[in-house]
Design a protein around this ligand. Structure first.
Ligand SMILES: [Zn+2]
Ligand SMILES: [Zn+2]
Length: 377
């Protein structure tokens, strides 16, 4: 039995906001093609997604909002927010598959069928109780948390969100929930959509102290990011002792991403996946659910997710990309594929800029530790 599950079906291609929209549905297909041509499927447990039920959607979303999505989905036009998230025909069903895919991954991990599972179609962290936003219709992460607490009766869930955008939908829908520790690394809301995720947003009521925001300055590089990550994430996981970890794997903090301003390379994604995999075995009995997220350079997303998954499986992949995949990429995208699996170039950052970014990030780390001193004893 293969220990790592992958949830994917071509039905994911139907989550499509239309030509020219930054969320290109081919990114999930080309990611799946890449792991296939690398031969990883032989060591993975591949399952198809299912549709989430309306009751499952309503673990987080209002009846009115679910009905609104169904209405817009039948009509096929209109807007879910102020312009980023247009309705399309079949949007309701397509969204249900993405959410259901995350629930399939959760079930695989919780039933013991797999230790870890990845749903690249999930990670829709901007959707909240009664609205869609930022390319996200339903919030599969928040739904998975409620599903874990209600159906699987787990006591504690840790969510790690590394998408470059703050996961505002996840934050607000679970803001008063102390059984979910939410940890969110993102580019500061001073510079980037959705403009939230500051350090003083720490939760409310019983959930106060269970929302950890780590806002980072533009141009944050591998060294600064990994410094903050290693200072913050392992301690939180070891102190909170989650029964399961959900990891939103948005890869738009990469320097080639067109929508944001951080400067990570594939080195960060490799190390993050290694750290999280090891942590899961240490603190949550190996139970580790990965979901997708942002990433708007298709060549980068497919490579970064493949590297992350290979780390979790424990297989070192050759840097040379499979020939069949290079052809498939060119055919689907209409432009040249990336040259190698790992980045061969990195962003230019002067020594002075490197130091000043590092100092800013060190300041953020100190502030986070101060605010969450009960975890950082
Ligand atoms: Zn493992
Ligand atoms: Zn994003």
């Amino acid at each position: 039995m293969n220990k790592v599950g992958i949830v994917y079906g071509d039905v994911y291609l139907s989550y499509n906001f239309g030509h020219g929209h930054p969320l290109n549905p081919y990114r999930v297909k080309l990611f799946f093609d890449l792991i296939k041509h690398y031969g990883l499927l032989q060591v993975l447990n591949h399952v198809e997604p299912r549709m989430a039920s309306e009751n499952e959607l309503m673990l987080v979303h209002s009846r009115e909002y679910v009905d609104k999505v169904k209405r817009l989905s039948e009509r096929g036009y209109g807007m879910l927010d102020f312009g980023d998230t247009p309705a399309f025909k079949g949007m309701f069903e397509a969204s249900c598959y993405l959410v259901g895919g995350t629930l399939v991954a959760v079930d695989m991990v919780m039933s013991g069928k797999c230790e870890h599972a990845f749903n690249p179609g999930g990670g829709l962290h901007h959707a909240s109780h009664d609205r869609g936003a930022g390319f996200c219709v339903f919030n599969d992460i928040a739904i998975a948390v409620r599903y874990l607490l209600d159906k699987w009766r787990v006591k504690r869930v840790m969510i790690l969100d590394i998408d470059v955008h703050h996961g505002d939908g996840t934050q607000w829908t679970l803001y008063s929930e102390p059984r979910a520790l939410k940890v969110d690394f993102h580019e500061s809301g001073l510079y980037l959509y959705p403009g939230t995720g500051f350090m003083d947003e720490m939760g409310e009521g019983e959930g106060y102290g269970f929302m950890v925001n780590v806002p980072l300055p533009p141009r944050t590089h591998d060294d600064a990011y990994l410094y903050a990550f290693k200072e913050i994430v392992p301690t939180l996981a070891e102190e909170f002792k989650p029964d399961v970890i959900i990891h939103q794997c948005g890869v738009d903090a990469h320097f080639e991403d067109p929508l944001a301003h951080l400067a990570l390379t594939t080195r960060s994604y490799a190390e993050i996946a290694e750290i999280m995999h090891e942590l899961a075995h240490k603190v949550s009995g190996g139970r580790y659910v990965m979901v997708g997220g942002g990433g708007y350079n298709v060549g980068t997303v497919t490579r970064a997710w493949t590297i992350m998954l290979s780390k979790v499986v424990g297989i070192e992949l050759p840097d040379e990309l499979p020939r069949e995949w290079l052809i498939a990429f060119k055919n689907l995208m209409g432009y040249d594929p990336p040259a190698t699996l790992h980045d061969k170039s990195k962003p230019f950052i002067s020594e002075g800029a490197w130091r000043s970014i590092m100092a800013d990030v060190q300041h953020v780390v100190r502030e986070v530790k101060k605010r969450f001193s009960r975890f950082f004893k």
